[in-house]
Write a protein that binds this ligand. Structure first.
Ligand SMILES: [Zn+2]
Ligand SMILES: [Zn+2]
Length: 178
């Protein structure tokens, strides 16, 4: 349960959850070459693998579109070619393209820092982001400015910590030992 991978031995073709693999059912019509008796180690071009690649791609595209539909249009009013932008690039824990395949909690945290922009507005904003004057106490100053003042080191520590929380290594804010 709660697993999107296709288990060939799991025989419950009738119950299809949204987001679950329905390969079992879709291949029942293909014939006996695919099924429990199929030989192991099929080539990467097998319909099975191809199915999963397409399925995954579609699933990710749908999730992205769903979020964009719910958070658009662009502030300028455009509904054309909308894209996802990190409002404050300093807070970015992962690229937008990496968000969609992550688990719901991680997606929610990261998408909370994002907005929908049309391509021209996104390009303008990216240009501006790159030309923000450098400030102490920011990850940008630590990484690109190579500053190691106390504020910049703290910013980098906080950032790395957030990355760990997002990836599930840590579960919450550090508790002070009394
Ligand atoms: Zn726009
Ligand atoms: Zn500094």
């Amino acid at each position: 349960m709660g697993n999107n991978s296709c288990l060939r031995n799991q025989r419950s073709p009738v119950r299809i959850r949204p987001g679950a693999c329905n390969l079992e059912t879709s291949l029942l019509t293909v014939g006996p070459t695919v099924g429990p008796s199929a030989p192991a180690g099929r080539p990467s071009t097998s319909p099975h693998r191809q199915y999963h690649r397409d399925y995954q791609r579609q699933w990710i595209a749908d999730r992205r579109q769903e979020w964009i539909d719910a958070h658009g249009p662009c502030a300028c009013g455009s509904t054309d070619g909308l894209e996802v932008d990190h409002i404050d690039p300093e807070q970015k824990a992962m690229e937008v393209s990496a968000i969609w395949s992550r688990r719901a909690e991680v997606r929610a945290v990261e998408l909370d820092k994002c907005q929908v922009l049309c391509r021209p507005c996104h390009e303008k904003k990216t240009f501006k982001d790159r030309h923000v004057p450098r400030q102490h106490g920011t990850v940008r100053m630590y990484k690109r400015g190579k500053c190691r003042c106390a504020e910049c080191r703290q910013a980098n520590t906080d950032y790395r910590r957030q990355l760990k929380i997002n990836s599930g290594v840590l579960v919450g804010p550090r508790r002070k030992h009394v």
